[in-house]
Design a protein around this ligand. Structure first.
Ligand code: PRP
Ligand code: URA
Length: 217
């Protein structure tokens, strides 16, 4: 089994596929270039998203092969929404869209105040008529959990019920906070890291995901 469920956090799914874990180790390395960081993040997202979308609803549709007609399985329901948390979440959108090209894309803008570590809100745009859509929030880093928590709260305030959180690296502190506040939101991650440091960075982590993705440091 490549996905581990941790007893303490029943809604956390840690995807441990060897290809994913290898790519994550490359992503973490301080020597990884901006170009490789972006490409690896896309590849990791595809592998995470494969697992995170496993409960999407299905129906059947009569299709014709060159030999006969039959009821074939197809996705049902309204198109899902990919919701990156700006900025670093943008690096996961292409990976998700490559699996679900018809998905809608919303955006939420949040940055952490460097001193308080509290998320500061600056942008929110989701498709009209979103209530019955499944939202896939994406952000490479789940540290204190403040940014993800704020995002989930906003979606729920809009009446959205089906929410999945996809992150690449998570800290126990953030996972504890999200699972307590929103036990109905599954979290998919490639790694549950050791802890946060005093500055709120995930250890061993990969540094500042936004800065590494966009070359802003
Ligand atoms: C980073 C990261 C998450 C957030 C995680 O964003 O991409 O959104 O921090 O931290 P938290 O779980 O403690 O809220 P940052 O605030 O650095 O913004 P940026 O992506 O625009 O650089
Ligand atoms: N945001 C990041 O980009 N990295 C961390 O380790 C924590 C928050």
């Amino acid at each position: 089994m490549t996905t581990k469920v941790i007893k303490k956090f029943p809604t956390l799914f840690q995807v441990r596929h060897p290809l994913l874990q290898h790519k994550l180790s490359l992503l973490r390395q301080v020597t990884t270039s901006k170009k490789d960081f972006k490409e690896l993040l896309t590849e990791i997202t595809i592998l995470l998203a494969y697992e995170a979308t496993k409960e999407l609803p299905m129906t059947t549709q009569l299709i014709r092969t060159p030999l006969e007609s039959f009821d074939a399985p197809v996705l049902s329901g309204k198109k899902p929404v990919i919701l990156p948390i700006l900025r670093a979440g943008l690096g996961m959108v292409d990976g998700l869209l490559s699996l679900i090209p018809s998905a809608r894309v919303g955006h939420i803008g949040l940055y952490r105040d460097e001193k308080t570590l509290e998320p500061q809100f600056y942008y929110f745009k989701i498709p009209k008529h979103s209530k019955n859509r499944h939202f896939f929030i994406c952000d490479p880093m789940l540290a204190t959990g403040g940014s993800s928590l704020e995002t989930i709260n906003r979606l729920k305030a809009e009446g959205i019920k089906k929410i999945t959180l996809i992150c690449v690296v998570a800290a126990p502190e953030g996972i504890k906070r999200i699972t307590k506040a929103h036990p109905d939101v599954p979290i998919y991650t490639a790694s549950l890291d050791r802890q946060l440091n005093k500055q709120g960075y995930i250890m061993p982590g990969l540094g500042d995901a936004g800065d590494r993705l966009f070359g802003t440091k």
